[in-house]
Ligand binder design. Sequence first.
Ligand code: NAP
Length: 466
Amino acid sequence: MPIATVNPATGETLRTFDPLGPAEIEERVARAESAFRAYRGTDFASRAALLGAAADLLDKERDEIARVMTTEMGKTLTAARAEAAKCAKAMRWYAGRAEGLLADEHPDPADVKDSGAEAAYVRYRPLGVVLAVMPWNFPLWQVVRFAAPALMAGNTGLLKHASNVPQTALYLGDLFHRAGFPEGCFQTLLVGSGAVEDLLRDPRIAAATLTGSEGAGRSVAAVAGDEVKKTVLELGGSDPYIVMPSAAAELDRAVSTAVTARVQNNGQSCIAAKRFIVHEDVYEDFAGRFSRAMGALRVGDPLDESTDVGPIATEQGRADLEELVQDAVSQGAEALCGGRRPEALPAGWFYQPTVLAGVTPEMRIHREEAFGPVATLYRVPDLDSAVAVANDSPFGLSSNVWTRDEQEQARFVRDLEAGGVFFNGMTASHPALPFGGVKRSGYGRELSEHGIREFCNVTTVWFGGS
Ligand code: NAP
């Protein structure tokens, strides 16, 4: 894929970039390693001051960088501004909490004595240079939720961002530099995915994190496994959104939340609800209201404040989505709304918000991730069937359930195969809550204390008695 900004709302190529050559990559890797040797010795307070300065810059430059994101990958300007604000918040959260999250741990004195020690404790030390391979869909947030904890822990970072968001990638490298982080602490590498294997095999790179598709995760994990290097993988998702009869009293909210959960980020979010599994007692009502609300969304220019849904980020992405819908319709699924491109928007890679009913396991969309504003609907007779349909997916990122029945809630918490179970609302990330999945959605966690410890060397320090 060329490294370029191509506006998805018009199809126009706005800027192209040459990838870094081997000598330039070498220079940056060497700089990252030598920066780590000095930076690991800094204290939490000075790291926090630097991250706080980055958050202040980001707040000040929010409108500018939001416009860049919208132009590069098509998210609405409103969503892009909110993303920048969320990044600044997460930076401040880690700046304020990292010291506590990584404080030395002191085991029970009886256990210390039992180990033969006079004293022992656990220290979280940084691992070194971490390579971050990142996707375009939340071009700031995906990077910041790695970088903020990694830098607070004393690691240094190298960013290989998606090839279609080069200006956002360069902005991030520049942001940390201008905030005052020492040279080499966080650098952007403008390289294609073909450069990743050599980077992973470089002994100066200690670990890697990848957010992206299953295929990309598989290749990065294979090489990192061969090199025995730690990885965190945040991959695709096809999250269920289950509606039980006890939600009948608040069906309006369940429907409006369902719409937001499906079309946020133009439908291109890993944690978007994608499969809507509805109990038969409320199915007709939910399906009618949901498809009417999806059909009424305004699709158009993402820079226009009144737009609900912008374009798909790439031409290939829209083609993939169209194929999934056509496959389902050709096997008997019914499009309750949408199902095609909007005729009024011939330029750009737009797709109408779509609701498909009558989806069966033979259809590709039943098992594959629909990365765009396309929802599938399932009618189920009871809780056991809802759980079975929800778990009948290779993915297990998060899940959403509408029920006020506590016994049902306990069953869903016990049985849903996912990294999150969100009741009476929709999945969203927050710095204090761990984020990540099971099954083919990946492994490891980001955010919270779990995220910051992923790239730490959990070190046992033990003192023998005299
Ligand atoms: P992608 O094509 O997998 O790209 C992600 C990153 O991986 C890009 O930087 C890409 O570089 C690189 N890459 C691609 N193939 C690679 C390979 N074989 N070896 C090494 N690097 C490789 O994914 P995307 O289309 O940008 O993002 C969409 C996917 O990300 C969806 O499946 C979505 O669910 C998932 N996602 C998951 C999370 C989560 O937290 N679980 C969050 C957001 C998105 P190039 O751009 O240069 O190809």
